[in-house]
Write a protein that binds this ligand. Sequence first.
Ligand SMILES: NC(=O)c1ccc[n+]([C@@H]2O[C@H](COP(=O)([O-])OP(=O)(O)OC[C@H]3O[C@@H](n4cnc5c(N)ncnc54)[C@H](OP(=O)(O)O)[C@@H]3O)[C@@H](O)[C@H]2O)c1
Length: 339
Amino acid sequence: MTATNRQIFLIERPQGMPDDRHFKLIESPIPDVEDGQVLIRTLYLSVDPYMRGRMSDVKSYVPPYKLNEVLTGGVVGEVMESRNQNFQRGDIVVGMLGWQDYSVSSGQYLTKIDPEAAPLTAYLGVVGMPGLTAYFGLLEIGKPQPGETVVVSGAAGAVGMVVGQIAKIKGCRVVGIAGSEKKISYLLDELSFDAAINYKTTKNIQADLEIACPNGVDVYFDNVGGDISDAVLRFLNHQARIPLCGQISMYNLEKPDIGPRITTSLIKTSSMMKGFIVSDYAAEHPRGIVQLAQWVKDGKIKYHETIVEGLENAPEAFLGLFRGENLGKQLVKVANDVR
Ligand SMILES: NC(=O)c1ccc[n+]([C@@H]2O[C@H](COP(=O)([O-])OP(=O)(O)OC[C@H]3O[C@@H](n4cnc5c(N)ncnc54)[C@H](OP(=O)(O)O)[C@@H]3O)[C@@H](O)[C@H]2O)c1
């Protein structure tokens, strides 16, 4: 055990794109464990786009991070000491914990995971929160039917790569939109998407969508918003469904974005656009995990992870999400699993 607990604090609220100034690594003593608590050593932590929203002092579905406190997010860790009857030393757990070497938890919202059932990192990705977001957003709102066309933006990221593969399992034509040639190759060659568009290099995204979606769009799984979504929404079929998952293109805007008014196109096509948060389906997560794990085991869902080493690099890994540096799920490895 290292003698100190390194922690990453948010020390200033970003306006626009965050940078190094907004984060600080500090060292404090390893916390004491009281009755009912467990001490957890962080093995992997997840960086996620929604954290950007929590860095601003605005009302949302989760409260903002407090300044000069440790950032929190999804963590897989090992129980080092337990004074809680539900956990034992050596248990591997997943939960919402700090960007730090060691966390103390009451055990609430901490789930024991089976390291034999799936790699530890998968519990923060394909069978964790992002996988569940894809699963419930696509199946409960998108309701893809065989032969339909499903378009997904942010297609080569943690959520998008799973969305496209579930749509393939459901017998759909799948079109991905992503921001690099490496990502386009991954979608086409590894994940068997039917078409993929590089929104950064395309000369005309409308024309590319017309070729990629000859029968229009039945489901648009929106991870990014902005110009990309404006383009896709022109191709909606009758009774199309649009799960609104994320709007990452707008998370760092300093002024509100004014886009085209889309409501008429929703009326004309009798389409449904619905926002959702993965926790809306919390009661059903267990069945989602079982199904995702089975698809992974059967080779029907593949996944990629981009893993940065070192707690000190967590802020850069987080910022990389907005530069499109991650292929698949972005994680930070904090310590070796030494069981
Ligand atoms: N509703 C929910 O419960 C829920 C849960 C999880 C995630 N989400 C949302 O789902 C989306 C994807 O999340 P994720 O965890 O899977 O992240 P991710 O896709 O793994 O990583 C973010 C990706 O977004 C793309 N991106 C960044 N800036 C962009 C821009 N200006 N325009 C277009 N694309 C941009 C980048 O890929 P490119 O190289 O392709 O640009 C980047 O790799 C996010 O909007 C997130 O907030 C929602």
